[in-house]
Each structure stands twice: as C-alpha cells, then as structure tokens.
Write a protein that binds this ligand. Structure first.
Ligand code: LLP
Length: 449
C-alpha cells in the first residue's frame, strides 16, 4: 500500500491568486482602501442590497480558475468534467457550460440540474457508489456519456438493465488503488477500507465480464482518491496503478479508450492560494504523455472555492470570562465545513484597515445562532474589534458551502449572488419560512389522537 496523506503543503503550491489584502487585481476578492470587494465592487454594498447571510461568487474568478486548469490540461483528447457537487447552482453550471466544461454527476438530481443548465447527457460522467436502478435506467435511457461503475454488483445490474432495455451504455470501472490521500479522513476515498471503487486485483476480471457481455461499451478506468489533496505524489501513485491495469487489459486485447483521473486538487484555505496547477499538469504529463488514452479530470473545489465567500452580519458580541464570542447570522446550516471537517476558513471584517494594528485585534470564536456548541465558523481567531451590525466575510466558501446548506433550526437557506461583468446578480431565491412550513404535512389522522 502506498501512503500519501498530505494535509497542507503550502510551500509546494505557489500562488496563482492574490492575497486577500492585495489591490493588484480586480478579479476575485481584494481590498480597496478599507473595503473588501469582489471584482472591484464593495461587498458591504452587495450585502445591503441582498441581505445576509449571503453567498457571493465572482464569475470572473471561476472563469480564471477554469482557464488555468485548461491551460495545464490542454490537448485534443482531454476533457475537464466539473464535479458539480462542489457547487451545483444553475448559474454556476451555466457558466461552466459556456466555458465548454463537461460535468461529473452523482445523482439523477444532478443529472436534471446539468440538463437544465444546458449540458447534454453525453457530456456527463455518472459517478457514485450507490446509483439506484431507477437512476441507472434514466441515465441509460438518455445515453449518458459514461457511467463509472464501482462494484461487480453494479456492473451486473447495468448489464441486466441494458439487456432488458436493448441498450449499450458506455461504462468505466472506478478502481480503488489503496492509496490514502486528502485533507480529512471523511473526504479520503482511495484506500481499501473505504466504500469506493473496485480493488485492483478484481478489476480486470470485472472489466472482461463487462467487455464480453455484448451490451456494454467498455469506456476505460477511473480513479478518485480523495479531496483537498495538496501534493501530487498520491495522484501519481494512483494514476500509475490505473495505467498498469489499463495497459494489461490492452495487452490482453480489450479496448480501454479512456482514463478518468478524478478530482481532488486542493486549495490553501489559510492563504487563499490555489494549489499549483502547473505541478498537477506536469504530473499528468509525466504519467500519461504519448500513451494514447483519452483523459478526463473531475475537479470541483479548485474551480469554485476561492471564487466565493459567505457574508454574514454580527448580531451581538458576547464576552465571557474566558472568551469573546462574535455571534453572527450565518451558521453551521449555511456552512458546515468548519464543524464537519474541522475546516479552516479565513474570516475578515468587510471594513477594516488592511494592516490592522495589534491593539485592536482580539481572539474570538465566530459562532452562529444554532443551538449546538459545534455551530461555529471559526474558533480562536484574531479578529479586529467588531460590533452588532458589522459585516464579516468567510472566505474560500464557493465549494461545498451553499451545496451543503440545510434548513436546520428552520433557518431559511442563505441566498446566492454572482458578480458578472461588474454587476451582482441574484442566482438563488431567498427562501421564506413559509416555504419551509409548506414542505410538511399534518395528516388529518392526527385530529383524532
Ligand atoms: N470526482 C469524484 C468521484 C468525487 O467524489 C469528488 C468529490 C470529485 C470528483 C471532486 O473532488 P474535488 O475536486 O472537489 O476535491 N464536502 C467535502 C468534499 C467532498 C468531496 C466529495 N467528492 C468538503 O467540503 O471538503
């Protein structure tokens, strides 16, 4: 087993984005004088117009992220599949579609979203360890681009459905290379003790079973070892492992048209820097150059994380003997990453001098109104003095932020705004409490209880 657990390896990833306080660029988040801005627009003005808590994204920053990835993954037989689970708002998908990305989907709900944003089924790869028969049938009926199967049982289900419905779907096998990588145990997917993929020693036989079924177009192999990966060594080991399997199948006379290298490339939440895409591109070249396989990658986080922030308003500041709690209107239901993965997101007031003097910076826990001690956005942070009604931004929240929102504590979900060509546009409707109540049903049978 190859072990490559890497959390943050900042030195290996030189910045392609500007630091938070820089005014050198007008794309993404930056300060102009004392004010935090997005693409040159003050975030306090956006908050005043759209309310808080509020997700704000920069279309320009997403575009730049995508182009940067494309630049290191260029060529005729290469396709970027945006892993839409990172942020599946229709406006973000539409932007990705306009940029000529394809998509990685993991449910029929994501399939419907991708369709609604203008993707064709052929531009979709369907990943996931537990696709239901209904989901598979719908995807196969639409002649989806590729299904990444994750077990022999799933392959057998696909074969049975294909025979039953007279279809010939394109199916790849996701392999499990038994490689540990990723920023947190909960998002590490490449080791043999996780539910993901098919063990290498079983993969060849299952691939052959697929190829010989007569009802499947074998599409190749896939691998995805985890998320928030800050070092290429785990990727390289996993890709080489997959390549060996592919080469062996080809030598045995089976067609292996494509290799799906997965997603997982991380960002440095402490600095706002995106991982070194050049190193990622070079790693791909070092393993696959001149090998003739069609290549796909499935980045999610690296496309959108830095391009979004969560704006929140201070409700109160509560000081106890030991602590200063800054209680804000954003909470764990809006951004669950800090409490779920102990994830760090920079937190900064929207208005403050860039070089805040030490005298007005105090440690604080930035917490939400939800009734759980785990409801925090940041702990033990050096935060300038703030008071009720001040605004703060939680940075690098464009990925797995809004996508993982909930209505816990009957809190309407934070709305979303995208800045496009210097103008903020609403991209999700503000939820009303009445919308939430309307989801529930009180059976009349309860009248007689
Ligand atoms: N492909 C597959 C099959 C995946 O399962 C994932 C993410 C990706 C691609 C995209 O990985 P990315 O490039 O975004 O790292 N909620 C967690 C992250 C979960 C990732 C799940 N799979 C978080 O907030 O950190």
């Amino acid at each position: 087993m190859v072990s490559a657990v890497i959390h943050t390896a900042r030195q290996k990833f030189p910045s392609i984005h500007r630091p938070l306080d820089s005014v050198m660029t007008m794309t993404g988040f930056h300060r102009i004088n004392d004010h935090l801005c997005v693409d040159g627009i003050r975030l306090d003005a956006i908050a005043a117009e759209f309310g808080t808590p509020l997700y704000v994204y920069s279309a320009a920053a997403i575009t730049a992220n995508y182009q940067a990835m494309k630049a290191v993954f260029a060529g005729p037989n290469k396709q970027i599949h945006y892993a839409m689970k990172a942020n599946s708002n229709l406006a973000i998908l539409k932007l990705m579609q306009t940029l000529r990305a394809a998509v990685d989907i993991v449910s029929i709900g994501e399939f419907e979203r991708a369709l609604a944003a203008g993707f064709t089924p052929q531009q979709m790869v369907f990943s996931g360890v537990g696709k239901t028969r209904d989901e598979l049938q719908q995807a196969m009926a639409a002649d989806i681009g590729q299904i990444n199967a994750e077990s022999q049982a799933e392959v057998e289900t696909i074969i049975a459905l294909a025979k039953q419905n007279g279809q010939k779907p394109a199916v790849a096998l996701r392999i499990n290379p038994d490689i540990k990588a990723g920023g947190h145990a909960k998002i590490s997917t490449g080791s043999s003790d996780t539910k993901f993929g098919i063990a290498g020693h079983l993969a060849s036989d299952i691939y052959i079973q697929m190829a010989e079924s007569g009802v499947i177009r074998p599409a190749g192999l896939a691998v995805h070892i985890g998320s928030q990966i800050m070092d290429c060594s785990g990727f390289i080991a996993a890709w080489k492992y997959m390549l060996q399997l592919a080469d062996r199948l080809v030598a045995d006379g089976y067609a292996v048209p494509g290799l799906d290298l997965g997603g997982g490339i991380g960002i440095d939440y402490a600095t706002g820097e995106t991982a070194d895409l050049n190193a990622f591109g070079e790693a791909i070249t070092s393993v696959f150059e001149n090998r003739g396989y069609h290549l796909a990658i499935e980045p999610g986080r690296s496309m959108v994380a830095e391009a979004g922030c969560l704006i929140s308003q201070v409700i109160n500041v509560k000081t106890t003997e030991d602590k200063r709690f800054v209680i804000v209107d954003g909470a764990m239901n809006d951004l669950i990453r800090p409490t779920l993965y102990e994830a760090f997101h920079r937190i900064t007031p929207l208005t403050s001098p860039p070089s805040t003097t030490l005298s007005n910076v105090l440690p604080a826990d930035i917490v939400g109104p939800v009734c759980e001690t785990g409801d925090y956005l940041g702990l033990k942070r050096d935060l300038p003095k703030v008071a009720a009604n001040d605004l703060i931004a939680v940075m690098s929240a464009g990925a797995y932020g809004a996508a993982m929102r909930s209505n816990y504590n009957t809190r309407p979900m934070a709305a979303e705004v995208m800045v496009i060509n210097g103008t903020p546009h609403r991209i999700s409707k503000p939820q009303q409490i009445s919308d939430l109540l309307a989801m529930d049903i009180i059976p009349t049978a309860l009248d007689v209880v």
